[in-house]
Design a protein around this ligand. Structure first.
Ligand code: BT5
Length: 331
């Protein structure tokens, strides 16, 4: 199976190198040491993925246009990371990439392996909520195996949101903001969310799956009615489409940089990056922590990644997990 995908990758690589020219079936079959019928099957499979490949019995094959998809072939071509995305599993349509990544992690998938889907039919949000994941967005899950105590896992969400904010900042002229703990907002609307799930012993994480969803090229009229006023997409806010591949590659590069920095220099070192995009600290907020709704001012992040809320009576409460509503959203 792996050999097949490596060979298909090689065919694609040769087609890219040949640029506008043609490469003959014979040359491909010699280079890969497989029959011309097998080459034909790889070409057909690439076409099914959306590649426009011209074929001529005299000249051979020529790549006319590549689809904007996050297939392993496209990703590996331009990958600049050390660990993230070295293994990629791509599906056109799945229930949830987190579900698959958890199964892969249990089976021993390497750190940095990524499961991606073109579309999710049962995308998961936090606390059993669902996440709307139509084609056009980026939906993926990264497997990490950090040397970290489970009670510090919330810190890793910071890496995800920092990487997302930096990528939007770098590739567009939009102003992304981070709403604690895991939302990225553009012009007050949510364009991205993160769901981190883990398997751990008392003092050590076995594996962690960070699921990231981004509304990239999605029309507002595709959103269900309950999301129309609070969600948006990068395309909608920017007024133009953004290459999925470029966005994804930039995102995993930023994600890896933040992950390495976190591991080498500790959590405090990444809080500064987080604060650059912070929409929560200094704001009056309502926080639902599952047991009660706290109202106060978000004053700081502690060393575990928890949010500190100063209540009207002056007490400071720590929130480890919950949903924040900013004052401008509820007044
Ligand atoms: C999240 O949950 O924001 C985490 C979303 C994680 C999705 C990724 S996609 C890849 C991976 N595989 C999965 O199955 N999941 C992950 P939470 O903070 O609980 O927000 C959920 C709430 O956001 C919902 O109750 C809706 O109100 C809203 N929502 C749902 N779909 C949305 C969308 N596409 N864009 C913006 N908001 C959405």
């Amino acid at each position: 199976m792996k050999e097949t995908s490596e060979r298909k990758q090689k065919v694609l690589q040769i087609l890219y190198e040949t640029e506008a020219d043609y490469v003959s079936g014979e040359e491909l079959s010699n280079k890969l040491d497989v029959s011309r019928t097998t080459i034909w099957k790889y070409i057909q499979s690439l076409r099914e993925q959306g590649y426009l490949i011209d074929s001529s019995s005299r000249l051979g094959y020529s790549l006319v246009k590549a689809p904007d998809i996050l297939s392993p072939e496209e990703i590996k071509k331009d990958l600049e990371t050390e660990i993230l995305g070295q293994e990629v599993i791509y599906y056109e349509k799945v229930e949830s990439t987190n579900k698959i990544a958890i199964a892969e992690a249990k089976e021993g998938a390497v750190e940095g392996a990524i499961v991606i889907a073109g579309e999710q039919t049962a995308g998961k949000g936090r606390l059993g909520r669902s996440f709307f994941c139509p084609p056009g967005g980026i939906w993926f899950s990264v497997i990490l195996r950090p040397n970290l105590r489970p009670d510090f896992v919330a810190q890793l969400n910071f890496i995800g949101v920092i990487a997302l904010a930096k990528t939007i900042d770098k590739l567009t002229d939009l102003k992304p903001g981070i709403k604690w703990p895991n939302d990225i907002l553009v012009n007050g609307r949510k364009v991205s969310g993160i769901l981190t799930e883990l398997s751990a012993e008392v003092d050590q994480i076995n594996y962690l799956v960070m699921g990231i969803g981004i509304n990239l090229n999605i029309d507002l009229d595709q959103f269900p009615a309950d999301l129309v006023n609070k969600a948006s997409s990068v395309q909608r806010e920017l007024g133009e489409r953004v290459s999925k591949l470029e966005f994804f590659l930039s995102l995993i590069t930023e994600l890896e940089l933040a992950y390495f920095k976190f591991q080498e220099q500790g959590f405090i070192s990444i809080i500064e990056d987080w604060k650059e995009y912070n929409l929560t600290l200094g704001q009056e907020v309502q926080v639902d922590n599952g047991r009660e709704v706290l109202v106060g001012k978000a004053v700081d992040i502690d060393s575990t990644g928890a949010l500190l809320i100063k209540l009207a009576d002056g007490r400071v409460k720590k929130v480890v997990a919950g949903d924040v509503t900013l004052e401008k959203e509820y007044t």
